[in-house]
Design a protein around this ligand. Structure first.
Ligand code: SF4
Length: 286
């Protein structure tokens, strides 16, 4: 596969330190704030949960309104509430899903987050980029892929003619598999990935991207848990170089930007993965 790159894109790749795999020039290559109370996301979420209550069952408690949970064990105890079940999440619309995430306390990560990180970008984007979990900057700014790793990702995307702030054909939607920051940037626990995956799966279902770029093993695990045998024991390197499927949509696996900052020699492989994803998005590769 190949891309045609202009001078600006070549310069960006050089800035990334990507040199050896540059193709030559001849190579082709997101409710209105106050509508009726019945239409608020929180109300819709509550209705969705109540609708799933069977006769004779105790009704689940509706989640609290969207809020930022400040660190502190006392507030956590008072606010802790179950997450909607996966089947309920699978029926939520975009604003209600966002509200459910912002009030979620389904796993212990809610105890240390400053903000939930839902995602950023245009919901009509053809590209969906999924990272692993928010770090310190992402937690503070409530946006995925910030700091140096975010700058590297932005440069990688620019090399493909994509921008996180675009609303047109250059648009891309960025999110993470985990919506809350693990303390001290530790690796998310398997149960935390499982608990949070339903939110990501609903984002995918609503966005219907042309291609999904899964950056890092946790992102791959959240998306491919039903399609790859023995996924937890499969190294990321063995997931690269092929087109996987999630909800019937193509998924390309690559390294997370933070890893590439620590291991620049693997930028070449990441660029190859981006080229594969680009070919999938262009329809020249299934
Ligand atoms: S990481 Fe996901 S499942 Fe855990 S509290 Fe945050 S939003 Fe809920």
């Amino acid at each position: 596969m190949s891309l045609q790159l202009d001078e600006r894109q070549r310069a960006m790749l050089l800035e990334m330190g990507v040199r050896v795999w540059l193709p030559d020039a001849s190579d082709p290559a997101a409710l209105a704030v106050m509508p009726e109370a019945a239409e608020t996301p929180e109300r819709q979420l509550a209705q969705a949960m109540l609708a799933r209550t069977l006769p004779g069952e105790a009704r689940p408690t509706a989640p609290k309104p969207a809020m930022t949970v400040a660190p502190g064990p006392a507030s956590l105890t008072a606010l802790r509430a179950p997450r909607p079940d996966a089947a309920t999440i699978a029926q939520l619309d975009w604003p209600t899903l966002q509200s459910a995430v912002s009030s979620c306390q389904a796993c212990a990560l809610c105890s240390s987050r400053k903000n939930t990180v839902f995602g950023v970008g245009a919901t009509q984007a053809r590209w969906l980029v999924v990272g692993e979990a928010p770090g310190e900057q992402e937690d503070l700014q409530a946006e995925p892929f910030m700091g140096q790793a975010g700058q590297l990702l932005d440069n990688m995307l620019k090399a493909l003619g994509l921008r996180r702030d675009a609303q047109d054909a250059q648009a891309v939607y960025l999110t993470t598999a985990l919506k809350c920051r693990p303390p001290a940037n530790r690796n998310p626990l398997p149960d935390e990935v499982t608990q949070c995956a339903s939110y990501l799966h609903r984002q995918v279902a609503l966005l219907q991207p042309t291609v999904i770029l899964a950056m890092g093993k946790i992102a791959a695990q959240a998306l491919l848990q039903d399609s790859v045998t023995d996924l937890a024991a499969t190294p990321l390197g063995k997931l690269r170089g092929q087109v996987h499927r999630h909800q019937g949509l193509p998924v390309v696996v690559t390294y997370q930007p933070a890893y590439l900052l620590r291991t620049p020699l693997d930028k070449a492989k990441a660029w190859a993965d981006l080229c594969l994803a680009r070919a999938v998005a262009a329809g020249t590769r299934d």
